[in-house]
Design a protein around this ligand. Structure first.
Ligand SMILES: *[C@@H]1O[C@H](CO)[C@@H](O)[C@H](O)[C@H]1NC(C)=O
Length: 187
């Protein structure tokens, strides 16, 4: 148990390090890569929701580790998506690429909201599985920052007329994270 918690907290610490190395790349924007990465993120969010839903406090810490592992995969995929979507040069994308991007983001936002709400529902079960709640509280904070960065890149690549919808999606995700943060701040 003690060894497990140490591993978890080291993992939390290393998240902030990986978040700090995000830099926009000096390559032309490739919408297909960005869209593909966002869709991969959505699939991982489905996996996370399923794993969270299946969490049984009686299984204890190993079950929390399973969620932790899937969240690590998500963070890795977020870094990959950042590399795929965040570039320095302004994008010049076609109508259909714009539509496909918006569709991918819309899916992503609904899967993210579903995964976050599953985390909120399971919070009382995590509370009886120390240090799961504390650990996931850390994940929520780190993910909030990563997703904010990603949305700023996506907004940068989005033609003006589609910006309102991107901002709306951004607010939906930001609100969901803010709610989860409040729930996880409670003891
Ligand atoms: C997304 O929402 C966050 C939190 O409200 C905000 O700080 C950020 O500027 C927004 N990003 C975009 C691209 O609208």
């Amino acid at each position: 148990m003690r060894a497990f918690s140490a591993t978890l907290f080291i993992a939390v610490a290393s998240l902030s390090v990986s978040a700090a190395k995000f830099d926009k790349r000096d390559v032309p924007y490739n919408p297909q890569i960005c869209i593909g990465d966002i869709n991969t993120l959505s699939q991982q969010l489905v996996v996370i929701k399923t794993t969270v839903d299946a969490f049984e406090p009686s299984v204890g810490f190993e079950a929390a580790m399973e969620i932790h592992n899937e969240e690590q995969v998500l963070e890795h995929l977020l870094e990959q998506t950042y590399r795929g979507c965040c570039v320095n040069s302004p994008a010049n994308i076609k109508e259909e690429e714009e539509a496909a991007t918006i569709e991918a983001i819309g899916n992503y936002v609904s899967h993210a909201a579903a995964a976050i709400s599953a985390m909120e529902i399971k919070k009382p079960d995590f509370d009886v599985t120390p240090p799961a709640t504390e650990h996931f509280r850390g994940h929520i904070v780190d993910l909030t920052g990563m997703i904010k960065d990603l949305f700023s890149c996506i907004a940068f690549n989005t033609p003006k007329k589609s910006l309102p919808i991107i901002k709306e999606y951004n607010s939906t995700v930001a609100d969901a994270f803010a709610r989860a943060k409040a729930v996880y701040a409670e003891d």
